[in-house]
Structure formats: C-alpha cells, structure tokens
Design a protein around this ligand. Structure first.
Ligand SMILES: [Zn+2]
Length: 154
C-alpha cells in the first residue's frame, strides 16, 4: 500500500530507530516510496537479530549452568548504499552474518514483486527503456508518459 510519508520523514525515522546501522554516510535512500515498508521491516529485523544474539551472549556469560556454547557475536550492520538497479532493490552493508544475508536476499526478492511507486503487487518490466518494478496501473502511466514525451520531441 502507498505510504503517505515524505522522504525526509522516512529517512529521519530510519536513522532515529537504527542509529548504529546508519552511523556513516551512505548516500540516502534512493528508492521509491512503494519500497519503504520493505526497508522498514528489513532494518527492524536486522537490528533485532543483532540485539537478540547479543542479549543471549550476555546472559550466558553471566550465568551458564548447562555450559551452552556461546553464540558468535554478530558484527554490527552498517549500511553503505540503498538503491534501485535494473528494477531491483540493492541493499549494501558491512557486517552481519548469514541470517542477515538471508534477510537482505528476502527483501530484495520482495521488492522485485512490489511496485516501487505505490507498494502494490508488481513485477520488473521495461517501461520506456528503463527497468522498473511496477504494478499494472503505474506501468501504463509510465508508458503513456514516455509516449507523450516522444510525441512532443518528434
Ligand atoms: Zn503502483
């Protein structure tokens, strides 16, 4: 579903909720609003996983009567770039573990079937020489726009 949220508001929300993930410059969130819910869920799940493992480790260090193996610390994820490429979501980062790799893969797959403009079901298609993930409505709108542009330039 389309989110009535401004870019600045969304980015501020991400930075405030996940200061460690956005601790370094990364170039901003260069994707359409239709993908905001995916990014919100992804960032939330990544940080929750890191925090949960950390919490489990700390509790075992304090008290471990059954000698459970200590889980490996998950290196903090730091986002390096968020963009759209060839119609798909690209989420680049440092740190993390295999679980987080899977989360990112899942989010990218989810974006590939989500309209980047409105968040409804879509697919990656060629809209006027440009690969974009769009629903039927926004695909048709884009095609119309390209047609009218070509009509005025020719
Ligand atoms: Zn759409």
């Amino acid at each position: 579903m389309n989110e009535d949220i401004e870019y600045e508001t969304f980015v501020k929300e991400l930075h405030e909720k996940h200061p460690l993930m956005f601790a370094q410059p990364y170039g901003g969130v260069c994707v359409g609003k239709g993908w905001y819910p995916i990014l919100r869920a992804l960032c939330h799940n990544i940080q929750s996983h890191i925090d949960a493992v950390d919490c489990w480790r700390r509790s075992l260090i304090l008290k471990n009567p059954h000698n459970r193996p200590l889980p490996e610390e998950v290196p903090q994820v730091v986002v390096t770039q968020i963009k759209e490429k060839f119609g798909g979501l690209r989420f680049y980062y440092d740190g993390g573990d295999e679980m987080i790799e899977g989360m990112v893969h899942m989010a990218e797959s989810w974006a590939a079937v989500t309209c980047e403009i409105c968040g409804n079901h879509g697919s990656i298609r060629n809209a006027g020489g440009w690969l974009t993930s769009l629903c039927d409505m926004h695909y048709n709108e884009r095609i119309e726009l390209v047609r009218s542009r070509n009509a005025t330039t020719n």
